[in-house]
Design a protein around this ligand. Structure first.
Ligand code: GTP
Length: 219
């Protein structure tokens, strides 16, 4: 949303694409899962009296809109991409095929996974965890608005302190909010480290790829 109240802020979109391009130029394989909350959230549907599953499917379509916008922005900067959708919409995107996604990555294409997991009740964080495991990713980089995991919510508690590294068990014990529990447990059970970082601070993505200490590492 960037500075906007709703939808896609072109400036922010371009900044994200630029950061992804810079990271990709370092020679790493990158696959991306995007949320859709700037357009529609499944949980909103319930508040409006709509069935949750119906709302979740609408949310999955919202992620496809964001995925297409990111794809276009990356390609306008010369980054080759492939978009795969968890819900078949073959006029718009390839269907999700794991082996094909891996092949695209090997060929240096940035792969965008749209439509979440294709199932209601699963968040895009769960989609990211699932796809990351499927493609044997080394790490999940969770770009958010905060620059890591804190002892308390830094937006509410000024004494909150940031963790540089934290274990999966500590996150459970302390009841910290990193991802929803389904997504988080999937990472833990498959030994997939997570780095939570501020996606809005320019250069962060590149610094992580370089190995700098950015955000919080969960392992
Ligand atoms: P290689 O065979 O590894 O070179 O991969 P490729 O992705 O270039 O080959 P392919 O000929 O399968 O795809 C060419 C273009 O068509 C790419 O931009 C794909 O993303 C796109 N494409 C492939 N399958 C589909 C599909 O089912 N639906 C849509 N909309 N696009 C597709």
């Amino acid at each position: 949303m960037g500075e906007k109240q709703f939808g896609i802020d072109n400036t922010r979109l371009s900044e994200y694409a630029e950061q992804i391009k810079e990271a990709h130029e370092k020679g790493v394989e990158i696959a991306i899962v995007i949320g859709g909350g700037n357009i529609f959230r499944g949980v909103q549907a319930e508040q409006g009296g709509m069935d949750r599953t119906h709302g979740d499917y609408m949310g999955m379509l919202a992620t496809m809109i964001n995925s297409m916008a990111l794809q276009a922005s990356l390609e306008s900067k010369g980054v080759k991409t492939r978009l795969q959708s968890a819900i078949e919409m073959k006029e718009i995107a390839e269907p999700f095929v794991r082996r094909r996604a891996v092949r695209h990555l090997e060929k240096g294409r940035v792969v965008i996974f749209g439509a979440g997991t294709g199932n209601p009740y699963f968040t895009t964080d769960s989609a990211a965890s699932l796809r990351a495991i499927e493609i044997n990713a080394d790490v999940i980089l969770k770009g958010t608005r905060v620059d890591g995991i804190y002892t308390a919510d830094p937006e509410k508690d000024p004494s909150a302190e940031k963790y540089e590294t934290i274990s999966f068990d500590e996150v459970y014990e302390k009841g910290l909010n990193v991802m929803d529990m389904t997504a988080f447990t999937l990472c833990k059970e498959n030994d997939l480290p997570i780095i939570v970082f501020d996606m809005n601070a320019k250069g962060n993505l590149k610094r992580i790829i370089k190995g700098d200490q950015v955000g919080t590492l969960v392992k």
